[in-house]
Design a protein around this ligand. Structure first.
Ligand SMILES: Cc1ncc(COP(=O)(O)O)c(C=O)c1O
Length: 392
């Protein structure tokens, strides 16, 4: 059976949530993986097939410039990675420290940290942003003697703004603060070379710009000893010991891996590498600039991010609720967007009074024609809106 097409042509502009379509290589990788019995040392006597997990580890390490491959850990998604890193940092270093984060964060950072704060286990400072970014000076000014951990996004999922993690990392490194970066949006969109960045751990997800499938992700960690494992179980290695092995990558991985998902992730990362992160970033910048320019021409449209670093456009239409804009885009034009609070409540509090907005997000597969259709559609909707009505 071939790949099923949607029931009518759609323009999919919700790629910041999850990318679609996936490259053919990704479909093929999943099919190939399912066609043969799995092979993985320690868990089978079979010798056919490929060791998808090792191959995926090598692929991701190469992609992120992150050696050695064993320091790439696979998890369920970026949220899982961030939880493991945050909880594990506390398990290794004890409660009571001061933690820095930013108002740009996704709930996958805010909620684990806020929960620890609620439990009285950390003190938390949430740094404000300006023009979509948090300045290194703001970070530096917030560091206290008891600050031990900083968790920050590489790129905002609402504003598409890219943080200067190199400059922020230098500030944190100088003051001995452990730096965890959420690369869920950035990896695949902008070149990441972890060898050269002052970052201690980098979380990624499989299903966004890396073109893998949902339910895959991971993190890279520079010094595994800095974070304690908080999940234990079968590893297929050292099976006679009752204590979970502490070597890498077993230290942080327990239970059976998502083989087809990791095969897809390796294929997706391979696709991005072969296409060229530079080419991907250049096309995204051109298309995002086109959309911003078009939307800016409508007095009824409020664009919240003028120069996004990722192909994400956040806007509202005066006189219309964001969900109504999304509804008309979907029903009248076949354009899939996302509306509301995009799991980043503090970003919305800062830009739209916490009401939410419409987000168009592109991928390498978004065509110029699709961008032109989307621009025409939003402009038409805005011209028909009554700015005296609505909330924006
Ligand atoms: C910035 C950011 N961080 C984390 C996540 C969570 O990613 P995952 O769905 O892989 O857990 C997302 C997903 O939308 C995101 O945009």
């Amino acid at each position: 059976m071939g790949v099923m097409e949607p029931h009518r042509p759609i323009i999919y502009l919700n790629n910041a949530a999850t990318t679609w379509p996936k490259p053919p290589e990704v479909h093929e990788a999943v099919n190939r993986c399912l066609a043969l019995p799995p092979f993985g040392s320690g868990r089978t006597t079979g010798t056919q097939g490929e060791d998808y997990i090792t191959l995926a580890r090598e692929a991701l390490a190469g992609f992120l410039g992150a050696g050695p491959p064993e320091h790439v850990v696979f998890t369920q998604n970026a949220t899982d990675s961030l939880n493991l890193l945050i909880q594990g940092f506390l398990a290794a270093n004890g409660d009571g420290c001061h933690v820095l984060t930013t108002a740009l964060e996704h709930n996958s950072v805010l909620r684990p940290l806020r929960e620890l704060e609620r439990q009285g286990r950390i003190q938390l400072t949430i740094l404000p942003f300006e023009d979509g970014t948090v300045s290194p000076a703001t970070v530096e000014a917030a560091i206290r003697p008891e600050t031990r951990l900083a968790v920050m996004t590489h790129a905002s999922n609402v504003l598409g703004s890219v943080q200067d993690v190199r400059a922020i990392g230098r500030v944190l490194e100088d003051r001995g603060v452990y730096f965890v970066v959420d690369g869920a949006q950035a990896a695949g969109h902008i070149p990441v070379d972890l060898r050269t960045l002052p970052i201690d751990a980098y979380a990624f997800t499989g299903h966004k710009a890396l073109f893998g499938i949902p339910g895959t992700g991971g993190f890279w960690i520079r010094d595994p000893e800095a974070v304690a494992p908080v999940r234990f179980g079968g590893t297929g290695s050292s099976s006679c010991t009752l204590l979970h092995p502490r070597g890498m990558p077993e230290r942080f991985e327990a239970g059976t891996h998502n083989y087809p998902g990791l095969a897809a992730l390796a294929a997706g990362a391979g696709f991005v590498r072969a296409t060229g992160p530079g080419a991907i970033a250049a096309k995204a910048e051109r298309q995002a600039a086109f959309l911003v320019g078009e939307l800016r021409q409508e007095p009824n449209v409020v664009v919240y991010n003028d120069r996004p670093g990722l192909p994400i456009i956040a806007f509202t239409v005066r006189g219309m609720e964001h969900e109504d804009v999304g509804f008309v885009l979907a029903r009248a034009y076949g354009i899939v967007s996302r509306t509301g609070i995009h799991c980043a409540p503090l970003v919305h509090r800062a830009i739209d009074g916490g009401v939410g907005c419409v987000r168009l997000s592109l991928s390498w597969f978004t065509t110029d024609d699709e961008c032109a259709c989307a621009a025409r559609a939003v402009r038409e909707i805005a011209r028909n809106a009554d700015p005296q009505v609505g909330t924006a």
